[in-house]
Design a binder for this molecule. Structure first.
Ligand code: R5P
Length: 296
């Protein structure tokens, strides 16, 4: 049996050394994926920057109409054009997302319990539905450390990978929210790595203040960060900058964009960091300028 404590003392993260065996494809850990999967990943991640700004608005599937998502037709649709990819449920897709938006979809593929009961009791949808909706990635969450739901959610992700592989659709392993989530490098590194080892092509996890570069370095596939609860705009931009600086391949951000007082200004500022190497100051100025020029 592997050493349960082994991860505590892990220290040889090869910081600064690019991952090997990635020749021929720009996205970490996906050089050996088949053509269709590479095509889908190249729509989600910009092959020039290697990064992605995903706009997440799937929160309603566990939270209901949370702030900023009460009327997604009014608040989210105007933001879609500024994203590289949208992360949402089938209900949102069918009801408010114009099919003409032509954005790749990171599709909430697992469904389950809400914030009112016990989070993370999940099951999977039918792959036929994902194919009908022409999705580019299947998102499935994994509740590492949850004594009740860990095994089931790992099995869900493994099945998602199997179904995605059958049709050339990559899997996004999402490290779950819930009482077991610990925002430190040990937990996030362990949860991300377990998703990758079970076949996820991309991982969504959280940023942590210390040693985040260990999380990205120990994960053989790209990591995108969720934004988490709403922060002051400059703090959210600072988090995005530090995540990219420490090896993240993008953001899958929701509340820090759609709950901002200038959602378009904020997503433009995030884009500048993720794709153009803007500093936090430059990006914040971009947000402020957009906000002041577009105040009602
Ligand atoms: C949560 O229900 C979803 O998985 C979100 O997509 C994720 O948490 C990212 O959104 P936020 O940036 O608001 O945390």
């Amino acid at each position: 049996m592997a050493d349960r404590e082994g991860n505590i003392d892990a220290k040889d993260f090869g910081l600064g050394i690019p991952q090997k065996n990635g020749e021929g494809f720009f996205l970490k850990g996906n050089a050996h994926a088949p053509w269709g999967m590479k095509d889908r990943l190249s729509r989600i991640f910009n092959p020039k920057s290697g990064h992605s700004v995903m706009l997440a608005f799937d929160h309603g599937f566990i939270m209901g109409p949370t702030s900023g998502l009460e009327r997604m037709d009014l608040t989210i649709v105007p933001l879609i054009e500024y994203s590289d990819c949208i992360m949402c449920t089938r209900g949102a897709l069918r009801s408010i997302v114009p099919p003409t938006c032509a954005k790749p979809i990171s599709y909430r593929f697992d469904v389950g319990t809400s914030i009112l009961t016990d989070l993370n009791d999940q099951t999977l949808q039918d792959i036929d539905e994902a194919i009908r909706l022409n999705v580019s990635m299947l998102a499935c969450m994994v509740a590492i450390g949850d004594p009740v739901h860990e095994g089931r959610t790992v099995a869900n992700m493994s099945k998602t990978v199997d179904m995605g592989n059958r049709y050339g659709i990559p899997t996004l392993g999402v490290t779950a929210v819930g009482k077991n989530l610990v925002r430190d490098a040990r937990y996030l590194g362990l949860a991300s790595r377990i998703c990758a080892e079970n076949g996820a092509n991309v991982i969504k996890t959280y940023f942590c203040e210390e040693k985040f570069e260990q999380v990205t370095n120990a994960c053989p596939v790209p990591i995108v960060i969720a934004g988490g609860k709403k922060l002051e705009e400059k703090a959210a931009l600072d988090m995005a900058w530090r995540a990219i600086d420490q090896g993240a391949s993008g953001v899958d951000m929701g509340r820090n964009i759609f709950q901002s007082d200038s959602p378009v200004g904020m997503i433009l500022a995030v884009r500048a960091i993720v794709h153009d190497g803007a500093s936090v100051e430059q990006a914040y100025e971009m947000y402020q300028t957009y906000k002041s020029e577009n105040q009602k």
